[in-house]
Design a protein around this ligand. Structure first.
Ligand SMILES: [Zn+2]
Length: 334
């Protein structure tokens, strides 16, 4: 095998620096044979899959660990999936949302792993579900203890460092992650670097457009508060100056305390909330009960943790556009 012929001259210098020219040329062609001549990329869940497919295009074959319709938080891997991880050329994941996946990736021996949380700035929103309480009346302090229980549960479910993992729901942060994923694919497969660059630029352009649509679409609304099922929209709320009030915490399976439900009813009245949002992959029971008790409407706000036929759109961009329309309607956008 002539290594020089496999690697364009422009990238040869970079590859030599790694000291692994022959090795990486051979191993990537082995992997290429396995995945039909394409770079084998494993994505941990839908938002990562979307980035890999958009940027990788025809040069990659993407496998996703979280099957469509499966709620990704705390996903457990089948032993076979964990074993297959080792065959990936590149793994794209988001550390902190799926601890079992994080562990399997660490043990997989795959050199090209991209952790999305290292590509943007992480923030903590985990305790903001009850952040706004304590306004005015002393009576509200009685609720605080019950809230602490909820928060303790949230903290367990959040990543070890307490950061909110839902960065993909902010188009600006997602664009930063996209650039990092693009750079990782270029490094893993320098032969197609130009295409990865082109695709990254196109995707970042779409995300910029989405950001502008959200900024303009939510600039003037009659309320800034929205109620969601789980606290997935902290970054989105932060970006567009909205207040997220979540029924559950960071994890959609967490049950709210009766005190939290009562508090949400108060907030809904105070902030003239019209709608309680539920989502496609998690139980909508509490959202519908709360809406029924408070005389509010319900609608879907999709955290895009997976995509199915029931999703309001075929991909991330389309579902985010549906989310924008749902938010505009719920918030009374002018
Ligand atoms: Zn989530």
């Amino acid at each position: 095998m002539n290594v020089r012929r496999l690697i364009p001259t422009a990238t040869l210098a970079g590859a030599v620096t790694l000291g692994l020219v022959a090795l990486s040329a051979c191993s990537s062609s082995d992997a290429a044979t396995k995945s039909g001549g394409k770079l084998a990329v494993t994505a941990s869940f839908y938002p990562m899959q979307f980035l890999a497919q958009e940027i990788g295009g025809d040069h990659v074959s993407v496998t996703t660990l979280t099957k469509p319709g499966v709620e990704p938080h705390d996903l457990e891997l089948k032993p076979r999936q964990a074993a297959q991880l080792g065959e990936a050329d590149v793994i794209v994941y988001l550390k902190g949302i799926q601890p079992a996946v994080d562990k399997a990736i660490a043990q997989s021996g795959v050199r090209n792993t991209v952790d999305a949380t290292t590509l943007t700035t992480m923030e903590q929103h985990g305790t903001e579900a009850g952040h706004d309480h304590g306004h005015g009346e002393d009576g509200e302090h009685a609720d605080d203890h019950a809230d602490e229980e909820t928060h303790a549960a949230e903290d367990e479910e959040a990543s070890a460092d307490g950061n909110d993992p839902h960065i993909w729901l902010d188009p600006v942060k997602f664009a930063e992650v996209a650039k990092g994923v693009g750079a990782a694919l270029e490094k893993a497969d320098p032969d197609h670097a130009a295409d990865y660059q082109k695709n990254t630029t196109a995707l970042v352009g779409k995300l910029d457009g989405l950001n502008t649509a959200f900024k303009d679409g939510l600039a003037d609304t009659s309320t800034r508060t929205f109620i969601t099922t789980h606290a997935a929209f902290g970054y989105l709320a932060e970006r567009y100056g909205l207040e997220q009030e979540a029924i559950a915490g960071i994890d959609p399976e967490a049950e709210p305390s009766p005190a939290r439900v009562k508090e949400l009813e108060t907030i809904a009245k105070r902030d003239k909330v019209s709608t309680v949002f539920f989502e496609t992959l998690a139980s909508d029971r509490t959202a519908k009960t709360l809406a029924g008790d408070s005389g509010l409407k319900t609608d879907v706000l999709d955290p895009l943790e997976g995509i199915t036929d029931a999703s309001k759109g075929a991909d991330y961009i389309e579902v985010m556009r549906s989310n924008l329309e749902a938010l505009r309607k719920a918030l009374g956008a002018k």
